[in-house]
Design a protein around this ligand. Sequence first.
Ligand code: DAH
Length: 368
Amino acid sequence: MSGPNKNYDPVEVTPLHADEVERTRDEALDAFRTAADLSALQEAKLAHLGERSPIALANREIGALPPQARKEAGQRIGSARKAINEAYAARLAVLEAEHEERMLATEQVDVTLPSSLLPGARHPLSLISEQIADVFTALGWDVAEGPEVEAEWLNFDALNFQPDHPARQMQDTFFVEPAGSGTVLRTHTSPVQARSMLTRTPPIYVICPGRVFRTDELDATHTPVFYQVEGLVVDEGITLAHLKGTLDHFVVSMFGEGLEARLRPNFFPFTEPSAEVDLKCFVCRGASVGNPDRPCRTCGSEGWIEWGGCGVVNPRVLQACGIDPERYSGFAFGMGLERTLMFRNGVEDMRDMVEGDVRFSRQFGMEI
Ligand code: DAH
């Protein structure tokens, strides 16, 4: 024996001996026939049809034979290879069909099985935002929107923030790069006031819910991304009294009879006069005030809690937005939706509102 197949172990084939070729062929046919599955068949294919299989090695040796022996050896080996190839293909077809049948049977989905997944629910902040919009659209107001990436001019300058106002500091505002781009992530919904005045003609009655951003760390009472709702009225003869009446209606619509708002003087650059809107404490309803036996943790026994800001629109803002302050006046207010939800539904930790746990959302009762 000679040639490359002499190192092949354990089967050695000499192409010249018919019985060796036939034995090799029969072994291959046997191996294919008994291959139980596709991976066994692939193993058998490698052994009996692969590059170092006896039949391949024998085939390679034909060229080394004396010319008169080549034809006969070539025919014998060729027909054995053909038989082996055919046996492989036949078994492959059978095993593939079996495999497919098995997959179809085992991958069947039983759609009648009970599901353990909780169905989704709308987020309470979406619900409260829509509810607020409903209160005001019922009064004939429009819902106005603005972009979250806002011009610094609309977020600050148009609203009468001076260039050195502390709210512009890096630690409060997300400035959009490159530095000096004049663009910020809006820090409040008040730029929508400016947009509304620039794009509409009075009378203007708009409510503007939206997402705002500040460089706050997430804790129980702060999140860097939160929601506000802004209200703006510009018309002839608008006074602080209209503001108070509107807020009273808003409070009753959101919290029910028995809770009221009060205005406490404060400063905002875009309103003059300005006030904080306080809400009567929803826990003690004022009963803790001057009553050491009944202290209230929620309002610190003050009887009121801070809800938002408001005021009469500063004439400078009207002017910056192209509205004649001699003819028109207006009022504005703005509050956080998270705070509103905390007050109305007793949510104690703001983090619950940002985590997106469906079990939290489901408590508010609106499934998708
Ligand atoms: N933009 C203010 C803030 O984010 C809230 C606010 C105060 C809105 C007074 C107003 C307003 O419309 O009149 O703190």
